[in-house]
Design a protein around this ligand. Sequence first.
Ligand SMILES: Cc1ncc(COP(=O)(O)O)c(C=O)c1O
Length: 387
Amino acid sequence: MKPAKKPSNPCFSSGPCAKRPGWSPASLQDAALGVSHRGKRGKAKLAEVIERSKAVLGMPKDWLLGIVPASDTGAVEMAMWSLLGARGCDILAWESFGSGWASDAKNQLKLKDLTVHKAEYGQLPDMHKVKWDHDVVFTWNGTTSGVRVPDGNWIAKDRQGLAICDATSAAFAMDLPWGRLDVVTWSWQKVLGGEAAHGMLALSPRAVERLQSYTPSWPIPKIFALTKGGKIIEGIFKGETINTPSMLCVEDALDGLKWAESIGGIKALIKRSEANLASVTRWVSQTPWVDFLAAEPKTRSCTSICLKIADPWYAALSPEQQADGTKKIVSLLEAERAAYDIGAYRDAPPGLRLWGGATVETRDLEELFPWLDWAWAEVKAGMTKAA
Ligand SMILES: Cc1ncc(COP(=O)(O)O)c(C=O)c1O
């Protein structure tokens, strides 16, 4: 039977993610539109995003935080192009985004002393093999496999290299141990439900020291340049962006941060996201046809919650039929306006992905579960009949 009630907000995409509860375009009415981002009002708004982000995240006072172009990709690439090459490099790749950073290090930067620690979707690589006299690039939360690092204990406190962390689907939903990190990046489009296109780049004093003491052998385009004449460009970290940002997106980022503060800051954000994971975990434990893609419970993401289909009938299908089956579930739920964008990422194994970041209400997920059961039964019946 088709469930009677639908989630009030059917947005479960892993980016751009659901807007915060209560958001409307009216939340943007104070945007500094039609004026220069370098003018007093525009610049103050950019600086406010930086200051509020630092405060909500509990970033140490001696870190720098800047707004950079090209979303999280821009921030990660900027860090890689500006910092790598000074020493050996280890990259951890356990899903699509980490693999992308590894490929850039190998094929674009052509790093000579490069080790890639790989794992299949659902697993983490062996973290004990990471060499901390090297720079280390990793994603805190693998958005396409739903596997996160459980904590930062595997990161050496006395490392000589830099810990460069793509935290785009972790920041504001997971505890980040600042003392064990040197570069942290994210985009507004994730946990706080902002807009894409702008990235955040956070640098520890050690990362700044590297920037000021090392010049890569490759050219650095203007859009990636963090230093001038061997000195860090301080303005970037006070709201003087490299190029022109969207002040509408800036206002929206401020709205998300103010909402985060209003509900109790980072603790409340993490609590909301973990409650979403707990609710999915309860449903999965009662539902024989699904399971987590992440094998180890403590590595299961509370934001990008990736599920596989565990039904033996489905497992016996060809990979094409499996992909077709999950696509049918996704389309059915989209047509019913019960859920949008819940299919696995294009490079990941076929399955479902539910965003559980802080802007998602647990109630909406709970209203989605009967729809998932219904769609699964419909698709299985349809495919069995056709066979
Ligand atoms: C782990 C990770 N890294 C990088 C990206 C790319 O982010 P953006 O499209 O904001 O550049 C994503 C997007 O989902 C991601 O999940």
